[in-house]
Design a protein. Structure first.
Length: 87
């Protein structure tokens, strides 16, 4: 199983979202990645500080119980979504 890296997500056209720290100097910023399927559905990664063994997991925002932890399966899912969107 291939881990999902930030580079992989950017290559799949995910957009990096950066959250800056609050006014608390002890708090660090973080980032995550999003992929808008359409205006009703979104894929979202975990935050960089929540990665497991150096790997992002990606979920369907509206169905957080469904997570992708395998890059090959995520790529297949995105390919199917693109094909369905194009008719």
């Amino acid at each position: 199983m291939k881990k999902i890296t930030g580079k992989d997500l950017r290559e799949l056209d995910f957009k990096k979202e950066v959250e800056k720290p609050t006014l608390d100097p002890e708090e660090e910023g973080y980032h995550y990645y999003v992929y808008e399927i359409n205006k009703h559905c979104l894929l979202i990664s975990c935050c960089n500080n929540e990665k497991i063994k150096g790997s992002y997991d990606v979920e369907i925002y509206e169905i957080p119980e469904l997570k992708f932890r395998n890059l090959k399966k995520l790529k297949k899912f995105i390919k199917l979504i693109k094909q369905a969107s194009n008719g």
